[in-house]
Design a binder for this molecule. Structure first.
Ligand code: 5AD
Ligand code: SF4
Length: 478
């Protein structure tokens, strides 16, 4: 098969931020592509963060605009898209595995077009491997090329060639693209894109481009529209939402946005992810003052050791992190705090690791995503000497998880006997007689009920038992 390389990824270019101003474009579907998907089905596999989930909703929206319909069985679809994640090696390994399955499916379904997008194609090594070892992949496109999808698909169909378009750029903003939202009561809202932090272990600033904020008017209008459609909850998304507005003219900040969105009538506002260095007082006050801003904060700490934090380029210390937590707990006494932690950063000593355990004991996080450091080619940490054995890293992760689980359980137990408000998502996976949803503090709650009309509603549930990963309760009429 011939190849059309429209553009290839370049990590060095991706690091440069030359453009000061971010262009904003309005998405428009050209008539030329109107019927491209007529009679065809699609299926999207989504991996990684909520940013990817939000992107997949845009991709699905664009495909349905082109008249594709969703396939029930991915292996029978005419178009299969893998929206990939590059954050750690194991995330990538999963994708290589799925690609192996798709190879077989494509042999039985010659019409199938296989496309790969998301963060993996932004890495030179991954794209080269895709081209060389996975010749059945028809289309490779990057995080900045989603809005070009109609054109890219047409190229792949018309020229019967492998099409590759991955640009490594600062990035732009597109407004007005169609979205096919997965939920009828909860919505993701990108308030900004990209990341300028360059934490030394992280590939995201390279794969997602420059930090760029959407205009507040567009965000507020989107939330108002969701309220009118009956949505109950929005989650504001960005790699570092606390930096919202820094790239725009004026001094409007993330805290201001929370106060403004509270006035839209949306019942619940969540946001992720935060950077401790940029979490400011106005945001804390907005969490305290705005009824709709939920009392849960995900505040990734990564490490509890000052030397490691410096090597990670995190720009705060153990004590500065604790000071922010103290202020949060003073202003919002009921708050639940969760975090991300990396163990085994290059040459982390036992003593440095113990400082992380200490911090977990001090903060008593009610949940944490814990990871073993994964080397990402092209990042500064990839060049650091790392002599810690794999066994040691796994042992540290296990020791950390024991502690994290203890506080996870305490975080659920503290609600025993209390009535909490749960936004009902659906039927519990493991028990058809239970419904489940999340409380204001982002606790997963299961309770007996067969009343499907409660899905999408906020109900009162009395917590009867806190478990490690969830809580059990019963419906109360209040
Ligand atoms: N190795 C391990 N964990 C990582 N994260 C980001 N990059 C890496 C890496 N190279 C983790 C951080 C971040 C979360 C989304 O993923 O904890 O907060
Ligand atoms: Fe990665 Fe750090 Fe940006 Fe988060 S803030 S996406 S960890 S570089």
């Amino acid at each position: 098969m011939s190849k059309i390389k429209l553009s290839m990824p370049d990590l060095i270019k991706a690091r440069k931020r030359l453009e000061k101003n971010t262009p904003t474009y309005t998405y428009e579907l050209s008539k030329e592509y109107d019927e491209l998907g007529k009679g065809k089905t699609y299926y999207i596999f989504t991996y990684g963060c909520q940013g990817n989930e939000a992107d997949s909703e845009v991709i699905a929206g664009i495909l349905e605009d082109l008249k594709y319909t969703k396939a029930e069985d991915p292996y029978k679809a005419n178009l299969v898209i893998l929206n990939t994640c590059a954050i750690r090696e194991n995330a990538e390994n999963r994708i290589w595995g799925v690609l192996g399955n798709l190879k077989g499916a494509k042999q039985n379904n010659k019409d199938m077009l296989v496309a790969i997008c998301g963060c993996m194609p932004q890495e030179e090594n991954a794209t080269n491997k895709l081209i060389e070892s996975y010749p059945f992949v028809d289309l490779i496109f990057g995080t900045h090329n989603i809005y070009d999808l109609p054109h890219l698909l047409k190229e792949a169909y018309d020229k019967n060639a492998k099409v590759i378009e991955v640009i490594s750029t600062e990035g732009a903003i597109y407004e007005g693209a169609p979205k096919k939202r997965e939920s009828k009561h909860k919505a993701w809202i990108n308030i900004m894109y990209g990341c300028d932090e360059f934490c030394t272990y992280c590939i995201v600033p390279y794969t997602r481009g420059k930090e760029r904020s959407r205009a507040k008017e567009n965000i507020i209008a989107e939330v108002k529209d969701l309220v009118a459609k009956g949505y109950k909850e929005v989650t504001l998304l960005g790699q570092n939402v606390n930096a919202y507005g820094k790239d725009l003219a004026g001094d409007y900040t993330f805290g201001d946005l929370l106060y403004d969105l509270d006035k839209t009538g949306i019942e619940r506002i969540r946001y992720t992810t935060s950077h401790p260095k940029d979490l400011d007082l106005k945001t804390i006050y907005a969490m305290r003052d705005c009824k709709s801003v939920m009392p849960h904060l995900h505040l990734p700490v990564q490490s509890g050791d000052d030397y490691i934090l410096k090597k990670m380029n995190r720009k705060y210390t153990h004590q500065e992190y604790l000071d922010k937590i103290k202020k949060l707990k003073e202003e919002i006494p009921n708050i639940s705090i969760t975090t991300d932690i990396i163990v085994g950063f290059p040459n982390e000593t036992e003593e440095q690791f113990i400082n992380t355990l200490k911090l977990v004991d001090e903060v008593k996080f009610e949940g944490a995503f814990t990871f073993i450091y994964s080397k990402r080619e092209g990042t500064p940490a990839a060049k650091m000497i790392d002599e810690i054995t794999e066994e040691e890293k796994h042992q540290r992760l296990d020791r950390l998880n024991v502690l994290v689980d203890k506080y996870y359980l305490e975080g659920n137990k503290r609600f025993e006997g209390q009535v909490v408000k749960v936004l009902v998502d659906g039927v519990s996976k493991n028990n058809k007689n239970n419904l489940c949803g999340y409380s204001e503090n982002l606790k997963l709650v299961h309770f007996p009920s067969n009343d499907l009309s409660l899905i999408g509603k906020i109900v009162n549930v009395k917590i009867t038992e806190g478990k490690t990963w969830f809580a059990l309760g019963e419906l109360v009429n209040e």
